[in-house]
Design a binder for this molecule. Structure first.
Ligand SMILES: O=C1O[C@H](COP(=O)(O)O)[C@@H](O)[C@H](O)[C@H]1O
Length: 235
């Protein structure tokens, strides 16, 4: 029997998922803007979000009122292929979304550890909890930069922790990383896990079979989410 559970929605294909997720995210951003404030959107990097980014970039809303940031970043400049900021710039901040404000996590410091106070201040300047945070998941069960065996994993996934951002080093991570912490992600008004492909479905099933978050850190999100984690998947 599963130790954990998510609210899984399955789509027939990745294009349909991308458009449905973009429509929902756009609606949540519009709602936050209508409530009188700005809206904040934290997105993941990696290979999964491209179709979703393209769909969302065409959504009609008051993008000037939206700040886009990242759930996590590889500590490389945006001239590098592996930069999550570069992915966002090339695939999300286009079309209508070109008018959004982008708040990157990488700031050019030589290492993320030394950059934490500055990045933390920038993140705390975003008004209130995130409106929307979209998570991805790696084949090892990492999400954001919560890597199994990460040097700051325990601190990053402490649900009672006070830090907003954390550095992370892990062999599987390749570069040093910076990540929003679990409490920041859990506080998002809308939190969605976006996974695609049969392999990731197997990884998700494995994640749901135990609650050992040190082995598969996605479990920390699933176990501590206010309600069963909204999860979207397509083959
Ligand atoms: O390194 C990262 O990987 C995960 C998963 O990426 P994917 O390529 O398997 O979709 C991603 O969610 C995270 O933001 C990124 O930094």
């Amino acid at each position: 029997m599963s130790a954990l559970a998510v609210n899984l929605r399955t789509f027939p294909d990745r294009e349909t998922l991308a458009q449905a997720l973009a429509d929902e995210v756009a609606e949540a951003l519009r709602g936050a803007i209508a409530d009188g404030g700005g809206a904040t959107l934290a997105v993941s990097g990696g290979s999964t979000p491209k179709l979703f980014f393209h769909a969302l970039s065409k959504a009609e809303l008051d993008w000037e009122s939206v700040t886009v940031t990242l759930v996590d970043e590889r500590w490389v400049p945006d001239t590098e292929e592996r930069s999550n900021a570069r992915l966002v710039q090339e695939h999300l901040l286009l079309n209508e979304a070109a008018r959004a404000v982008f708040a990157p996590l990488y700031n050019g410091a030589s290492a993320p550890e030394g950059a934490l106070p500055e990045v933390q201040e920038a993140i705390s300047g975003l008004s209130g909890p995130l409106t929307v945070a979209i998570l991805g998941m790696g084949d090892d069960g990492h999400t954001a930069s919560f890597f199994p065996s990460g040097d700051r994993l325990e601190d990053a996934i402490d649900p009672t922790g006070k830090a907003l951002v954390m550095s992370m080093r892990a062999t599987a991570a390749i570069e040093p990383r910076i990540t929003l912490t679990l409490p920041v992600l859990l506080a998002a008004k809308k939190l969605v896990l976006h996974v695609e492909g049969e392999k990731k479905k197997d990884v998700l099933d494995e994640a749901l079979s135990s609650d050992d978050a040190a082995k598969m850190p996605i479990r920390a999100v699933i176990a501590n989410a206010r309600e069963p984690l909204e999860t979207v998947w397509a083959p």
